[in-house]
Design a protein around this ligand. Structure first.
Ligand code: PGA
Length: 301
């Protein structure tokens, strides 16, 4: 990362009065807070047609009862049910999966889960297996979200095991990686991102890697209203794609969809989406509201 990144970061920091999240203290999600529109030198342009189909996934975290979940997806399907050019995914909490599946039946909006265990079955109180998710109608599963890494102490080894298990099924993993604010300020973005990538993917075969969706989510941007500027995000997405090209093949690098996550909103989605290597979003807070999530999907199409 060069000097410019740091000055952009500093600017974002100075404009914010909130406490910075860190590996020790990631930000609490605050879905009701509007993310401020980011100042950026990038012109607001409609997303260019890319060869990779965009993905927009909503991570609902620990929000919504079954009724609330059904109301939200009913509204969402009404708003984006015709958008065939984007893979739109919702990831409700486990308890609402079947309720959401009922509403999604026959629609193009797909279902994902937020977590999965790395074993097929067994005495693991409170855990859910790959087969259970597939049985519950899920096609996708989020792996290694920074909140799982931090609050539930998921190591890179655990994430690797989960990925391996997911690949024994038809589920598609959405692998999250991202650096803390400390790492960014210490100029360690490349080391952290490529380290997480290498440790997660090293046991995978090329066909497995080509199926994966990667979400770059800088920890300091999650739930804070501080989005990475399009330039900051694009640099890391480029880094990830380059790594895939060097360690797998250019074909795989061209194919893998790399999402950005961290305070994505209807205000910043199109600028981010205009970047060459950003193929969509993993959205937290803004996905809880059907209207704002739909706007993000529309801007990604
Ligand atoms: P956010 O969350 O959009 O609320 O920042 C993103 C995520 O945690 O995936």
């Amino acid at each position: 990362m060069d000097e410019t990144d740091h000055s952009e970061m500093k600017e974002m920091e100075e404009n914010s009065t909130e406490e910075a999240p860190s590996e020790e203290n990631p930000a609490e999600p605050n879905p009701t807070e509007e993310a401020p529109a980011e100042q950026s030198e990038v012109e607001q342009e409609p997303a260019e047609q890319k060869s990779r189909k965009p993905v927009v996934a909503g991570n609902w975290k620990m929000f919504k009862t079954r009724d609330e979940a059904q109301d939200t997806v009913r509204e969402l399907v009404g708003l984006v049910g015709n958008i065939q050019t984007v893979d739109t995914i919702v990831c409700p909490p486990f308890t609402a999966l079947s309720a959401v599946e009922e509403v999604l039946a026959g629609s193009i909006v797909e279902l994902g889960a937020q977590n999965v265990h790395w074993k097929d079955e067994g005495p693991f109180t409170g855990e859910v297996s790959v087969a259970m998710l597939a049985d519950g109608g899920c096609r996708y599963v989020i792996i290694g979200h920074s909140e799982r890494r931090h609050y539930f102490h998921e190591s890179d080894e655990v994430i690797q095991d989960k990925l391996e298990r997911v690949f024994s099924s038809e589920l598609v993993p959405i692998l999250c990686i991202g650096e803390s604010l400390e790492a960014r300020e210490a100029d360690r973005v490349e080391e952290v991102i490529l380290g997480q990538l290498e440790r997660a993917l090293r046991e995978l075969t090329d066909p497995q890697t080509s199926r994966i969706i990667i979400a770059y989510e800088p920890v300091w941007a999650i739930g804070t209203g501080r989005t990475a500027t399009p330039e900051i995000a694009e640099k890391v997405h480029f880094l990830i794609r380059n790594w895939l090209s060097d360690h797998c093949s250019t074909g795989i690098a061209d194919q893998v969809r790399i999402l950005y996550g961290g305070s994505v909103s209807p205000e910043n989605a199109s600028q981010l989406m205009a970047q060459e290597n950003i193929d969509g979003f993993l959205v937290g807070g803004a996905s809880l509201d059907a209207q704002s999530f739909a706007k993000i999907v529309q801007q990604s199409s």
